[in-house]
Write a protein that binds this ligand. Structure first.
Ligand SMILES: Cc1cc2nc3c(=O)[nH]c(=O)nc-3n(C[C@H](O)[C@H](O)[C@H](O)COP(=O)(O)OP(=O)(O)OC[C@H]3O[C@@H](n4cnc5c(N)ncnc54)[C@H](O)[C@@H]3O)c2cc1C
Length: 398
């Protein structure tokens, strides 16, 4: 089994690195490096720069403006973006609704939406989860009743990332309440300016506003905005959730956090010497690095196609990447808090500075919020407990 990059792939990595180094605005890089979440305009700006190369939609077919990259090249691109660090392409547009419209949308939808999705001229959010329908998503209860050329949608979504910033929401709704629960679901594209939509913020543990509740009260949605067939939304949702798993391990994201921890540790003193000389710090770094190397090799096996899911069942290797990837990311975020020591405890996002030369430790104030929010990584995108169920079933041959 050859898990080395070819010369062509190494050259591609260099090309991406040069592109990022010359194109990524310095203030975005500094904000992310300090541990702040990207702002909406950071994401829009960088997504559009990537789109000039087709790299915002690297796995879309070229005919729809995609990058036409191989799986390994896409993995390299995702890693280099994380390593910069730069914001990844807007995930709901690039990895979710774009591919769904390419595969299941009609010609009008493709023509109207795809260029705007690719260039982030329209910002989509994902209206799937509801109170009582998260891991068990098929229990969703938001109803869409047909009335002439419209559906009339009533219900509630929750944990809707960036709904307050979004122009549109792709939404799962129940169109046949009598059918078996997976069978009566449809997917609608809903304009967030429609009458009857109320977005309420959920402030998460990091003190930021990423998440929302979305209330839909008799919202009229043209039937023309349904993706694919009525009552087939579950199939499209499964397709959507299986899209573009190459970045799921987030190896570059964790490696970048580790590099930052090591860099800070050269300047933080412990017992009269830099923290980098502290044996227990070095041990913690080595353990994460060793696990990260193992994850990277597993990821290469998956991406190079040596592990493929048979029989349409969830791919257990994808679950391994998700579980280990998020655990290691969380470990690296925790390590950063340990580097900051008590200074991380004084965390108030507005106090945080991006200037790490400022060893009054204001730089440390962003690290605890980032660590707290990293805890969510093992919940969204399919909770780790659910991934472990998939692994257990696969090990038992079920
Ligand atoms: C930061 C963040 C952003 C999110 N963004 C979005 C978004 O943009 N759009 C959207 O639609 N949703 C979003 N979600 C929702 C996310 O998809 C759900 O939180 C997730 O699916 C879990 O559902 P739940 O919160 O209802 O928890 P539950 O499903 O109620 O689970 C609660 C706990 O029980 C465990 N559990 C549940 N079932 C089982 C089982 N069968 N076996 C073992 N353990 C089980 C879970 O793993 C979890 O630990 C986001 C969530 C977070 C945290």
């Amino acid at each position: 089994m050859d898990l080395q990059l070819t010369d062509k792939e190494k050259r591609f990595r260099e090309e991406v690195r040069v592109f990022i180094n010359t194109q990524l605005p310095k203030d975005i890089r500094e904000r992310l490096r300090a541990g702040h979440p990207p702002r909406k305009d950071d994401i829009v700006c960088w997504h559009r720069v990537l789109n000039t190369r087709g790299w915002a939609t690297a796995h879309w077919p070229k005919e729809y403006g995609g990058g036409g990259l191989s799986p390994i090249e896409r993995m390299i691109l995702a890693e280099e973006i994380f390593l910069a660090p730069a914001p990844p392409p807007q995930v709901f547009n690039s990895n979710m609704i774009g591919p769904v419209i390419i595969h299941f949308g009609n010609e009008n939808q493709k023509r109207h939406f795809l260029p705007k999705i690719a260039n982030l001229d329209l910002w989509f959010c994902q209206g799937f989860s509801e109170p009582g329908a998260g891991s068990d998503l098929a229990s969703l209860r938001t109803q869409a009743r047909r009335d002439g050329d419209d559906y009339v949608v009533t219900g509630q979504k929750i944990w809707t990332t960036s709904a307050h910033q979004a122009d549109w929401m792709f939404c799962l709704v129940r169109t046949d309440p009598q059918a078996k629960k997976q069978m009566g679901i449809s997917m609608l594209l809903i304009d967030m300016q429609s009458a009857g939509i109320t977005v309420r913020p959920i402030i998460s543990i990091d003190g930021h506003h990423h998440l929302n509740e979305v209330f839909l009260d008799e919202v009229r949605v043209p039937v023309a905005n349904r993706v694919g067939e009525e009552n087939k939304g579950w199939d499209y949702a499964k397709f959507l959730l299986g899209q573009e798993r190459t970045g799921i391990a987030g190896v570059g994201r964790t490696r970048e956090r580790l590099a930052y921890a090591k860099d800070l540790a050269t300047r933080v003193m412990s017992g009269g010497a830099p923290l980098t000389e502290d044996p227990s710090f070095r041990e913690r770094v080595s353990l994460i690095e060793a696990d990260l190397k193992a994850l990277e090799i597993t990821q290469l096996r998956v991406v190079s196609g040596q592990s493929t899911s048979e029989s349409g069942k969830p791919d257990p290797f994808t679950s391994i990447l998700k579980v280990r990837g998020t655990e290691l990311y969380q470990a690296a975020c925790e390590l950063l808090c340990q580097v900051a020591g008590p200074a991380a405890l004084a965390a108030q996002p507005e106090e945080a500075s991006t200037d790490t030369r400022d060893l009054g430790l204001r730089w440390a104030a962003a690290l605890a919020p980032a660590y707290f929010y990293s805890r969510a990584a093992s919940i969204y995108g399919g909770a780790n407990e659910i991934q472990k169920n998939i692994l257990a079933k696969s090990a038992l041959g079920l």
